[in-house]
Design a protein around this ligand. Structure first.
Ligand code: CO
Length: 287
């Protein structure tokens, strides 16, 4: 799922869920050969970009899961492997789900994945996260024990932030890590964010284009930073390691929300004093 959700959750065209947790059957047998073909197209062009761009944890997760070019993955088979490795399972949902439902799934180590796949004529366009974004982008990272714990903590933190009226700040943490995060590995930048890893053009843009900023990750700074939902990001934030996510899984954010009350929001393209700048972007894409 995407944390675009914080804006769009619950407004899915008056959809009434059959089950209170919004899950549906994946109904794997019902995918058509055209749908499996869209998966193959997306998978093949994306997997070719991964070496030297995706982080090691992602590559390891992808290798160890039953995910290949031939068919849309079967969530039960994914869950069998995930459950043994990190105690997570993948459940099918029709699209975006309400925030509280989303957080409750994560808090219980269930990853809600879109059951549908985009159409062949809109390979690069995505209104809602589909099975390619959710499974190819997110699920390999869920094989990593630190990401697994972080995602559960995020679900728990989401339920608390919702009560505190601080969802926007928490959503920015998710956005700039789980969806659009970069990580430093052996002196080079690598991708771990699912929003990038599932996007053919953003995978190269995030690492190689001159336009965006690449800035060392700082929790408070990121919680102040607005983001783009309509285009590639103007800034990417770089974690020192995937393991550093564990700090956030153990952090009580309530005092940090308080601390940030008198600060202004930062524009997505802004660079501020104190930033550890890896790359100062030209901003040419969005100017
Ligand atoms: Co997502």
């Amino acid at each position: 799922m995407d944390q675009i959700v914080s804006e769009k959750h619950g407004v899915v065209g008056g959809y009434v869920p059959e089950r209170p947790d919004w899950t549906i059957a994946q109904d794997w047998q019902a995918y058509s050969s055209e749908e499996h073909g869209v998966w193959r197209t997306l998978f093949e062009r994306q997997v070719a970009l991964m070496p030297g761009r995706a982080c090691q944890a992602y590559m390891d997760g992808l290798r160890d899961l039953p995910i290949d070019a031939d068919t849309i993955p079967d969530f039960e088979k994914l869950s069998d492997v995930l459950m043994r490795r990190t105690g997570w399972q993948v459940v099918a949902v029709p699209g975006m789900v309400p925030n509280d439902v989303f957080f409750d799934h994560l808090a219980n180590r269930r990853f809600p994945a879109g059951q549908f796949i985009r159409k062949a004529h809109e390979l690069d366009y995505l209104q809602e996260p589909d099975v390619f974004h959710d499974v190819f982008g997110h699920v390999p990272m869920m094989m990593n024990p630190v990401m697994a714990d972080f995602m559960q903590a995020y679900g728990e933190g989401g339920l608390r932030a919702d009560r505190l009226g601080e969802l926007d700040r928490l959503a920015r943490l998710y956005w700039y890590t789980v969806e659009f995060g970069l990580v430093e590995e052996a002196g080079a930048l690598r991708i771990f964010g699912a929003g990038i890893l599932s996007s053919f053009s953003e995978t190269r843009f995030a690492l190689e284009d001159a336009s965006p900023n690449r800035i060392g990750f700082d929790l408070r700074r990121v919680m102040r930073t607005l983001y783009r939902i309509d285009d590639f990001q103007e800034s990417y934030f770089v974690l020192p390691s995937i393991d550093s996510l564990l700090d956030f899984a153990r952090t009580d954010f309530a005092p940090i929300y308080d601390e940030l009350h008198n600060t202004r929001d930062l524009a997505a393209a802004e660079v501020i004093e104190g930033d550890r700048v890896f790359t100062r972007g030209t901003g040419e894409r969005t100017r």
